[in-house]
Design a protein around this ligand. Structure first.
Ligand code: 5GP
Length: 209
């Protein structure tokens, strides 16, 4: 009997550096990163099936009809969704799964799965955030403005999350998340199922002998 894996939900305004922090986490630990589906066009260097599953609107709607998504949301005029496929199986299997999704999606997941670990990535400052969005350089001016505006609004949602991690440097932010996860795995309410389910009674013996 093993403990369940963690469902780790990471959000934050575009340009806060979620992607880079997640890459760093994956380099150092054993996580399974869920690949989302989207109707947005691929950016330079993005690979279908790796960065996202790039779908047409019709394909996305078809998968919605088939109830294929754990959650989905419309972000900046495009649809994004987390394929249900094996997220839950992996968690039951003891694997830690990362979802990098927007706030609307994260709130839906929190309702359905409150035992998830909800982490909000904050930029070091709003000025820095602006610079990072511009540096990415793949957006039209209109879409840049939309992203700035939403970034300002989105930061208020930090209070809905369990943890806020400021991305001053990628290494330190990733270390903070690793520490959060170490603590989460030790939480008594996560061990409880394990204690109650323990067929061998090993933990009971340790408690009562
Ligand atoms: P981008 O277009 O910059 O890759 O992503 C835009 C936003 O969509 C980001 O906030 C990202 O976290 C979010 N996003 C990516 N995949 C999903 C998903 O499967 N579901 C939801 N709800 N949001 C997603």
């Amino acid at each position: 009997m093993h403990n369940k894996g963690l469902l780790i939900v990471i959000s934050g305004p575009s340009g806060a550096g979620k992607g880079t922090i997640i890459k760093e986490l994956i380099k150092k630990g054993k996580f399974w990163l869920s690949v989302s589906a989207t109707t947005r066009a691929p950016r330079n260097g993005e690979i279908d099936g790796k960065s996202y599953y790039f779908l047409t609107r019709e394909q996305f709607e078809e998968r919605l009809r088939l109830n294929d998504f754990l959650e989905h949301a419309e972000v900046y005029g495009n649809f994004y969704g987390t394929p249900k496929s094996n997220v839950m199986e992996r968690i039951d299997n003891g694997e830690d799964v990362i979802l990098e999704i927007d706030i609307q999606g994260a709130l839906k997941v929190k309702e359905a799965y409150p035992e998830g670990v909800f982490i909000f990535i904050l930029p070091p400052s709003m000025e820095e955030l602006k610079k990072r969005i511009i540096k990415r350089g793949s957006e039209t001016t209109e879409s840049l403005m939309t992203r700035f505006k939403s970034a300002y609004k989105e930061i208020n949602y930090v209070s809905k999350y369990n943890y806020a991690v400021t991305n001053d440097t990628v290494e330190v932010a990733a270390e903070k998340i690793e520490s959060i996860l170490v603590a989460e795995r030790c939480r008594v309410d996560r061990l409880k199922d394990h204690i109650l389910d323990s067929k061998e009674g090993i933990i009971h013996e340790q408690l009562y002998d």
